[in-house]
Design a protein around this ligand. Structure first.
Ligand SMILES: [Zn+2]
Length: 476
């Protein structure tokens, strides 16, 4: 057996903590670590089925780093939110947003891109005051139809003023994508310290292994053939104006990140992209992949006002932090209003206090978990990434430290330490005398003598659950 025959491989990390970007003023982070992860791992490869199982238990990925927030300890608990795409009906304001964009692409002049209207660029004002009303858009009949109405590959009507293309392709690096990312970070987040490698690490790299989507008949050309990690490119007159990072999984389209060109800010491309991703899930389902039902928009953070926009897409559900059952968002709100930590399945488990104790530093400092007042909904994805980046660095730092600490070599677990039986069955990668890599139960090795190994694998066992943890072979 070699590595190609093993579907899921990960390097386990233990629990960790990082500073929080949600409850501090814009551009700042909490002074001490108040954002906790119960478990984390560096995924070398993951099947889309296993990753689907992970996000259903509250995990997310940043590049190939996967982590599970600790909602009970963190100042700004992160609840997994999902929208039922099969039941989604756009609200009036969402339909207006779509119409505004379609009207712009089809009938108005743009300053963006090579195909932009020449008259306007040459300074002519002949088009600035249209003498007659622009032609009307088609009446709203379905989200999918309206989503594609202004796209060049779907047009049946007369020549549009602008050429709008949407391209879904496997995640990959190009200088054009990095340039958009760099502009987005600088213009929207005043962050000018970005490198191609950082961009690759967070938004290009993915552990997900492509796997054919079981369509019942050949799907339309614009739909993906495989589950996996994708970039969805928004091009206006040939120029990249937006990009979504998406995971397409058996049960859902999972939105990882969205970036856009500031010149397009007035069109709320972040909100439009969510509508397009809902339509994508609907279309994949309609083409025969009947398991496809949801759009996962990442984490819903009630304590952070600007993250609440994710609840604007209905019907949405939050995962219970203890049982992972799904509860309608509307029924969760009253519990979230009263508690920092809200448990929907068992009300008595909720915690009211507004502070998180920093146990790792041992200084006991309390931190107010207050929300930010910014209402710029589209900016929030950056906050996601800031937290993720911070935790990734933190995890790596910890990893390095742990190698040097001597706590690891203990003769056997101490009397007071209880070891779950399931730890024994966790598979780890080993190398045979002939050099072949294979997976074997950890109990057949001496690794459980090491406290660090027990802590890291114990955290992964708890975070992944008994079933998922069996699917993964760990590299120690
Ligand atoms: Zn916070």
């Amino acid at each position: 057996m070699d590595l190609d025959d093993i579907s899921n491989i990960a390097i386990p990390y233990g629990p960790n903590a990082s500073t929080c970007g949600y409850c501090s003023p814009p551009g700042q982070r909490s002074k001490i670590a108040t954002n906790y992860h119960t478990a984390s791992l560096e995924a070398i490869k993951l099947s889309c089925e296993v990753y689907q199982g992970m996000i259903d238990r509250g995990w997310r990925r940043s590049g190939s780093y996967c982590y599970k927030p600790d909602l009970k300890l963190s100042c700004c608990p992160q609840y997994t939110i999902r929208l039922d795409a099969t039941e989604f009906k756009p609200s009036r304001s969402q339909r207006q947003l779509l119409n505004r964009w379609n009207r712009f692409v089809l009938f108005e002049d743009s300053y963006v891109g090579e195909g932009a209207n020449q008259d306007t660029r040459n300074g002519s004002t002949s088009n600035s005051k249209p003498s007659k009303k622009p032609p009307k858009l088609a009446p709203f009949t379905s989200l999918t139809k309206t989503i594609h109405e202004s796209e060049v590959n779907f047009q049946t009507s007369s020549k549009p003023r602008n050429k709008f293309e949407v391209i879904l392709e496997p995640a990959s690096y190009t200088p054009e994508k990095f340039a958009l990312y760099q502009r987005y970070q600088a213009d929207i987040h005043s962050d000018v310290k970005n490198s191609p490698n950082g961009f690759k690490r967070f938004l290009v790299n993915s552990p997900l292994q492509p796997h054919p989507i079981p369509y019942t008949s050949p799907p339309p050309d614009h739909l993906p053939l495989n589950y996996g990690s994708y970039h969805q490119l928004y091009k206006l007159n040939g120029q990249l104006i937006g990009m979504g990072v998406l995971d397409i999984l058996p049960k859902c389209v999972s939105s990882v990140y969205f970036m856009y060109d500031k010149a397009m800010e007035r069109f709320s491309l972040g909100k439009l992209s969510a509508l397009r991703e809902i339509s994508l899930a609907q279309e994949i389902r309609e083409a025969g992949a009947s398991e496809m039902e949801y759009l996962y928009m990442g984490f819903y953070i009630y304590s952070c006002q600007k993250m609440r926009y994710k609840g604007d897409y209905s019907p949405s559900y939050l995962a219970d932090p203890e049982t992972y059952e799904w509860f309608p968002l509307a029924s969760c709100i009253p519990i979230l209003q009263k508690h920092r930590y809200a448990c929907f399945s068992e009300a008595s488990h909720s915690v009211i206090d507004k502070v998180a104790k920093n146990d790792t530093n041992g200084n006991g400092n309390d931190v107010e978990a207050t929300g930010s007042d910014s209402s710029d909904a589209v900016d929030v994805e950056m906050e996601d990434q800031e937290c993720e980046q911070e935790s990734l660095d933190h995890a790596w730092d910890e990893g390095e430290c742990e190698q040097e600490e001597d706590e690891g070599f203990l003769p056997s677990p101490s009397e007071s330490e209880t070891m779950p039986d399931e730890l024994d069955d966790i598979k780890i990668l080993a190398r045979s005398e002939t050099g072949n890599i294979f997976a074997m139960p950890i109990k057949e090795t001496g690794y459980l003598r090491f406290k660090q190994v027990r802590v890291e694998l114990g955290a992964c066992l708890e975070g992944l659950g008994e079933q998922l943890v069996k699917e993964i072979s760990f590299s120690l």
